[in-house]
Design a protein around this ligand. Structure first.
Ligand code: ADP
Ligand code: ZN
Ligand code: MG
Length: 490
């Protein structure tokens, strides 16, 4: 029997607004003491009135556009009633049938293939407080700082066909949240939390069978692992002739297994009704059009563009795009190279591709390191100068180990690579006459190593090469040094 996985995700994302969802308490919870960022509104005192956070609403609409959703013209908040110590009002203000964003479709690229993932809805609600249970199970402490903080919930259609797809989607989502500046979406910190729903069906079927909902998954890796485990568990049931029944399970990262949990309440038990203290919202078509136009290029769009226009690898594009400053520098450098308006060279065609790749590597390896050494200083290396540096490396004017010191100086002065290379004496020595002298010295200083090389122990060559590099302060052309060493030893 060929079975296929059917996966849908429900994702909660904490929005990093300054204040909470319905009051002016600070939403910067960080390392604050428990129960310090609370007020009568988020503590649910009688007679208080919630005031919706306009920033949170504007942000969820941005997220909706980014995920290809329609923005609702009419929307409202609803009360979702349940009783639990982390919910001081006895209900959560959430959205039931009129969420801010609906019917999205998201183009997910998996191993170069585009898959379309449906987004059912995105709604806004308030988070609950945080319970801490004592080890002996006898007492519970509640920290209300998180109570009433803005939480966005994204629900997808059951459109993922593998745990890998689900994981890739979550990573794209994290990138989107960061690009929009609305959440850091760090799963380990609980800023992004995912419930993963999964069922199986026979290949080719369209039926949806009862699903398992896996709660408490707090990293990309665990989402993938928990789903793999669950698929395996359900497969065994199917093969034994039992179609799995609906289940709520939790992921235990220590055992690497999912475990049965108490069933959650049915929707009807929540007794949803419109929140009477918050008037419904209406947005004009013009307002929604304006929001759509305000969305920056999304990371997956930029990545596709980098790969298409600059021949960047997917992995490099992802690292570059996770760092705004590096991404901007790379983009500007690549467009310098693409325009080929580098003064001292004319480069074209295939060479441009090589140079762009070289520029990506220099930025990722060396510029990043130099920036770190100069401690949070913004990068002063200009795209034009970086492009020039890439050309110099490509042409062999400097060796790859001279890149770092040249960049360090470029960072210090903001200057051109050429005079810096000259000043630091880092031009690569490819002149045989100059190298011959150094090599003769190194050979005469190391007679025993030379004897071993003659006896066939090639490893000694590396040692001698190191000596030559030391004497030339890394300026010798390594390929040439090896050749000359071999020639002179024979
Ligand atoms: P519930 O009523 O349990 O909340 P929903 O229909 O609202 O279920 O769906 C919740 C999530 O579960 C969505 O992400 C949806 O895509 C996913 N889902 C629904 N049915 C299935 C199924 N049979 N298999 C896998 N995922 C499913
Ligand atoms: Zn408050
Ligand atoms: Mg549901």
């Amino acid at each position: 029997m060929k079975l296929q996985a059917v996966i849908g995700l429900e994702i909660h994302v904490q929005l990093k607004t300054k204040s909470k969802m319905f009051c002016s308490c600070s939403n910067v919870l960080g390392d604050g003491q428990p129960n310090t960022s609370i007020c009568p509104i988020c503590m649910g005192y009688p007679g208080t009135l919630p005031v919706p956070n306009a920033q949170a609403i504007a942000w969820i609409q941005k997220a909706g556009v980014a995920l290809g959703c329609e923005l609702a013209q009419d929307s409202k908040f609803d009360r979702k009633s349940y009783f639990y110590p982390d919910l001081p009002k006895g209900y959560q203000i959430s959205q039931y049938d009129k969420p801010f964003c609906l019917k999205g479709s998201f183009p997910l690229v998996v191993s170069g293939q585009e898959r379309v993932i449906g987004i059912t809805r995105i709604h806004l609600e308030e988070d609950a407080a945080k319970n801490t249970h004592s080890k002996d199970g006898k007492s519970t402490l509640v920290d209300y700082n998180r109570a009433g903080t803005p939480l966005m919930e994204i629900v997808t259609e059951p459109d993922f066909a593998s745990p890998e797809e689900a994981r890739i989607f979550l990573q794209e989502l994290q990138r989107a949240m960061r690009a929009l500046g609305i959440s850091d979406a760090d799963m380990e910190k609980g800023q992004m939390r995912c419930d993963a729903n999964v069922s199986l069906r026979k290949e080719g079927e369209t039926t949806l069978y009862p699903k398992t909902e896996i709660k408490n998954v707090n990293s990309f890796k665990f989402v993938e692992k928990a789903l793999l485990f669950e698929i395996d568990r359900q497969k065994k049931l199917w093969e034994a002739g039992d179609v799995p029944t609906h289940a709520t399970r939790g992921w235990n990262s220590e055992t690497g297994k999912t475990e049965a949990q108490r069933e959650k309440e049915e929707a009807a038990d929540y007794r949803y009704f419109p929140e009477p203290d918050i008037p419904p919202f209406h947005f004009t078509k013009e307002e929604l059009t304006e929001i759509k136009a305000s969305i920056p290029e999304m990371p997956w769009q930029a990545r596709a563009r980098f790969m298409r226009e600059y021949n960047t690898s997917e992995a490099n594009a992802n690292v570059l795009l996770s760092d705004e400053e590096l991404a901007r520098l790379y983009e500007d450098t690549a467009s310098e190279i693409a325009q080929a308006d580098l003064e001292r060279t004319d480069i074209a065609g295939e060479e441009q591709g090589i140079l762009m790749k070289l520029a990506a590597n220099i930025i990722l390896n060396d510029v990043r390191a130099v920036r770190m050494e100069t401690q949070a200083d913004p990068i002063r290396i200009t795209a034009e100068n970086l492009a020039e540096l890439a050309v110099l490396v490509h042409q062999g004017k400097i060796g790859s180990n001279a890149v770092r010191p040249v960049l360090a100086e470029m960072q210090k002065t903001g200057g051109d690579p050429d005079p810096i290379i000259e000043k630091l004496g880092l031009a690569q020595v490819s002149d045989t006459n100059q190298l011959d002298d150094v090599i003769a010295h190194v050979i005469s200083e190391n007679p025993d190593v030379v004897a071993k090389i003659k006896a066939g122990k090639e490893a000694g060559l590396q040692y001698l090469m190191g000596q030559v590099m030391a004497k030339t302060k890394g300026a010798a052309n390594p390929g040439m040094v090896i050749e000359l060493l071999k020639k002179n030893i024979q």
